[in-house]
Design a protein around this ligand. Sequence first.
Ligand SMILES: *[C@@H]1O[C@H](CO)[C@@H](O)[C@H](O)[C@H]1NC(C)=O
Length: 400
Amino acid sequence: MWKVAQVLFGLLCLGYMVQSLPPDAGRSSSVTTVSIVKGHGFDIEEHEVQTSDGYILTMHRIPNHKDHEKQLNRPVAFLMHGLLCSSSDWVLGGPENGLAFLLSAQGYDVWMGNARGNTYSKRHATKSVYLQPFWNFEWHEIGIYDLPAMMDYVLYVTGQETLSYVGHSQGTTSFFVLSTMIPRFKSRISSAHLLAPVVWMDHMESPLAKVGGPLLGQPNAFVELFGSAEFLPSSKAMELLGSSLCNDAAFSQIICTNFLFLLGGWDSPYLNETMIPDIMSTTPAGCSINQIFHYLQEYNSGYYRQFDYGTTRNKKEYGSKTPTEYDIESVDVPIYLYYSDNDYFASIIDVDRLRYTLNPNTLKKAYRLPETKWNHLDFLWGINIREILYDQVIDDIKNA
Ligand SMILES: *[C@@H]1O[C@H](CO)[C@@H](O)[C@H](O)[C@H]1NC(C)=O
């Protein structure tokens, strides 16, 4: 009975949330990565790069710290955002708490990626963002096309031989896609610092996954039907979900109507409330519905493997009935993990599986935050994040 109710509720939500047209082709808000960085008196550059399958991505770069003399040959830090997020994640906290600013203060040349489909990367050489073929991708493609295109470009422009990688959430999932599929990057990434790492997901606690997973995480489920749509939670659906899932204070009501928080958790005492207006105007930053389906498949199947299209198409794509697994044991980049107990997306059990599957020579650190209420989004926007987390991440980057 409960299963049936879950499925029905899942269908209802899906009906509300899936609107294939028109996509959110541009946010009206004026809060952008560029405006935030400039607002703090820093120089910022925008760089465009085209992937080998035609997507045009925008990267943001803080080449120098405003108080430093211009200096060439700064070491490179490359920051990659998570699902429904963007380069804004790393600057919303300002010079005191934004990781991009903090790395800049430590002498790094800071580059921030933007995955296909988000606010800053909604263009393609031949496909229109308004038509479905544009949206026919998920985080596998971010790993095998976007990350290589961006990092090759960064290394070329800076003349550096290696870079330090920092990823949050989907920025860690796609990092492992890259490292397992494209081995040449092992000599280009000097270390990878993975915040709230998401690889295996069968212990995910997100209530939305529990509702949507059983139905939408099936092989082939809805992919042929909705597979190439932008994921656009409608405001009606958000009100509905927000009021049914979390109905206490007015504060949480704002949070509860933002899909990102419904996904990542709204019950953290750490969220920096000063940042809420800017968070609201920069997220959710857009993604394809396939990215969410692929995560739900992981939740359902317990595998970290490529997209499950169902037996027939799997045979065509992978030469076998089931999708190819990503071989975590083969990863050969120094890895630093940072994770927490109250993370709906990266549960302790799933992170431990990652930790004990990685080759022990590559795993340099697994840091479980002592703050037991720290959640998935606090890795970006928690209060005092500098003392709690970023100082340590920066030390690790320096000493890697
Ligand atoms: C909260 O966010 C604001 C705005 O980004 C920032 O200036 C402030 O330092 C943050 N406060 C704490 C305690 O982290």
